[in-house]
Design a protein around this ligand. Structure first.
Ligand SMILES: [Zn+2]
Length: 177
């Protein structure tokens, strides 16, 4: 899944303004809801942690070659750790104990990994090894960069989710359920 979609899905699913806020929502404007920003950051985190620095170096070097094609070595190990459910759930567990307000938004990290597991296929170095470093097992998902309809589907699902959420929160018939 592309990075921007990860950011938006994180904020949509794991913020109080979004689905995690249930029928009540955050009770304030979305931009004043800190869980929106935190969830967006946690949605970005796995790719930022592993690809941020290599991309900066690639950009500083005049963008020679092909970033994803040449991505490997140490950076790929960082990618595996950042895309491990074991790492993500440990981080969420620690936040639950020490920074409870960040627990809910932090779930955008494991959400990113699950969405990658379904939208990154094998063979290919970007398959999602959810149990790394214990195992290199990965799901055989559909690679989004090879299936434009998949990109269209998950982008279309976003406004649909917000519309459903809006109707659910506003519609008088469903109030009180
Ligand atoms: Zn990712």
């Amino acid at each position: 899944m592309d990075v921007l979609a990860h950011v938006l899905y994180g904020a949509t699913m794991c913020s109080r303004t979004g689905l995690a806020g249930g029928r009540m929502g955050a009770g304030r404007k979305w931009f004043a809801d800190r869980t929106v920003w935190a969830a967006a950051l946690f949605g970005l985190l796995p790719d930022a942690l592993s690809m941020g620095l290599p991309f900066l170096l690639f950009w500083r070097g005049g963008m020679q070659g092909h970033f994803f094609h040449d991505f490997g070595g140490e950076a790929l190990v960082h990618y595996r750790y950042a895309h491990s459910l074991l790492v993500a759930l440990t981080a969420s567990g620690l936040l639950y104990l020490w920074r409870k307000p960040l627990f809910l938004p932090s779930l955008a990290w494991p959400l990113h990994l699950l969405m990658d597991a379904f939208t990154h296929g094998t063979p290919g170095k970007f398959h999602t090894t959810l149990l790394y470093p214990l195992s290199l097992w990965s799901m055989d998902g559909l690679s989004w960069w090879r299936h434009p309809w998949l990109v269209a589907a998950y982008w279309l699902a976003l406004p649909t989710l917000w519309l459903v959420l809006h109707v659910w929160r506003r519609h008088p018939v469903t109030r009180g359920l």
